[in-house]
Design a protein around this ligand. Structure first.
Ligand SMILES: *[C@@H]1O[C@H](CO)[C@@H](O)[C@H](O)[C@H]1NC(C)=O
Ligand SMILES: *[C@@H]1O[C@H](CO)[C@@H](O)[C@H](O)[C@H]1NC(C)=O
Ligand SMILES: *[C@@H]1O[C@H](CO)[C@@H](O)[C@H](O)[C@H]1NC(C)=O
Length: 298
C-alpha cells in the first residue's frame, strides 16, 4: 500500500540519489573562455590497442614502428580550472560542453550537426591526425566520432575558432614531445620517478595507468587566447607562435589535475610501469569492431 508519506520518502530517496549522482555531473553551458589553463592529454596507443581499442579502426591503422606506435599520440587539449577556481566551482574541475554546446553532453544529442567539429577543419588537418592522432583520423567521418566529441566537450570551452583550437592543440603536442626515456623503454619497465623527472618533476606530469601499464600522460600549459585569426598557415609553428604569442608554456599542474582520480596519477602506486609495445600483428576483435576506439571518449 502506498501512502503520501511513503511517496514523500521515495522522493527524498530519489533526490538523495540525484545529489550523489550529480557530484560527478558535467558542468555544461559555461561561457566559452572561462578557464585558467590547458591540460594536454596524450595516450600511449599500444596500451589502448592491446586492451579496449583492440581491433578498432584506429588500432588497425597504426603500423608497428610508425610514429603513433613509438610516441604518445594526441588525445586532446582541455581547458581546465586552477585550484582556486576549482574550489570555488566545486565539484567541477573543468568546464565542458560550453555555450551553445551544452545540449551535446546528452547521449541523444551527440550526433547532431551542431555538436560536430566543422568538416573542413577536420579534413584539412587529416594528414596530421593520421600521424599524431589516429583516434581522430580513424573516426573522422563518423558522426559523433572522437574528434567531434573532443571539440564539443573541450574545444567549445576554449573561446577559439575551431581551426585555431586544433592548431593550438597540435602546437602544444609538438612542444610536448615524447621523452627519449620513454621511447628507449618500449616493451620494458621504467621507473615512475624517472618518467616524472623527464618532464621536470612529479608536479609537471600526471600519469595514468591500467594496472602497472602506462596508458596516458597529462601535462599543463598556460592559457593563451586569440581572437579568430587568419589561419591559412596555422600549422606552421612560427605562425602559431605569432598568433598566440610564444606564451604557451608548460607549467606545474594544479592539484586538481594531479589528483583527478578518473585520469591521473594512477601510476604513482607503482615503482615501475610497463611501456607496451605495438604487436607486429594486431589482434582483432570482431565482436566490437564498429565502436571500439570511440568508447573511451573522455
Ligand atoms: C587562478 O586563476 C584566477 C583567475 O581566473 C587567479 O585570480 C588566481 O590567482 C589563480 N590561482 C592560482 C592558484 O593560480
Ligand atoms: C572522409 O570523407 C571525405 C569526404 O567525403 C573523404 O575524402 C575522406 O577520405 C574520408 N576519410 C575517412 C578517414 O574516411
Ligand atoms: C563488424 O564485423 C562483422 C562480423 O565480422 C561484420 O559483419 C561487420 O560488417 C563489421 N562492421 C564493421 C563496421 O566493420
Amino acid at each position: 500500500m502506498r501512502s503520501p508519506l511513503s511517496d514523500l520518502s521515495h522522493l527524498l530517496v530519489i533526490s538523495g540519489l540525484l545529489a550523489i549522482c550529480c557530484v560527478t555531473a558535467q558542468e555544461t553551458g559555461v561561457p566559452a573562455g572561462t578557464f585558467d589553463l590547458y591540460v594536454l592529454a596524450e595516450g600511449w596507443a599500444p596500451e589502448w590497442c592491446l586492451t579496449q581499442g583492440k581491433g578498432s579502426a584506429e588500432c588497425t591503422s597504426i603500423k608497428p614502428g610508425s610514429f603513433a606506435a613509438t610516441h604518445f599520440t594526441l588525445h586532446g587539449l582541455w581547458p581546465q580550472y586552477n585550484d582556486t577556481t576549482a574550489a570555488a566551482r566545486q565539484p567541477y574541475r573543468f568546464p565542458q560542453f560550453c555555450g551553445g554546446f551544452a545540449s551535446c553532453s546528452r547521449r541523444s544529442q551527440k550526433k547532431l550537426p551542431h555538436c560536430r567539429a566543422p568538416a573542413d577543419v577536420k579534413s584539412r588537418f587529416q594528414h596530421l591526425w593520421q600521424r599524431i592522432a589516429p583516434a581522430y583520423s580513424a573516426t573522422l567521418n563518423v558522426s559523433g566520432g572522437f574528434i567531434d566529441h573532443e571539440y564539443a566537450r573541450h574545444g567549445s570551452c576554449s573561446g577559439l575558432s575551431a581551426v585555431a583550437y586544433f592548431a593550438l592543440m597540435a602546437r602544444a603536442f609538438f612542444l610536448s614531445d615524447t621523452p627519449k626515456l620513454v621511447r628507449q623503454h618500449i616493451g620494458r619497465e621504467v621507473s615512475v620517478a624517472a618518467i616524472q623527472n623527464a618532464y621536470g618533476g612529479p608536479n609537471m606530469v600526471a600519469m595514468s595507468c591500467r594496472g602497472p601499464v602506462l596508458s596516458q600522460i597529462e601535462t599543463c600549459w598556460t592559457k593563451v587566447t586569440g581572437a579568430d585569426v587568419d589561419t591559412s598557415s596555422l600549422f606552421d609553428a612560427a605562425a602559431v607562435d605569432e598568433t598566440f604569442g610564444s606564451s604557451m608554456r608548460r607549467m606545474a599542474c594544479p592539484e586538481n589535475v594531479l589528483r583527478d582520480l578518473h585520469y591521473d596519477d594512477s601510476c604513482e602506486k607503482y615503482d615501475k610501469v610497463l611501456i607496451d609495445r605495438m604487436p607486429l600483428t594486431m589482434p582483432t576483435d570482431d565482436s566490437d569492431n564498429s565502436t571500439a576506439g570511440v568508447a573511451i571518449l573522455a
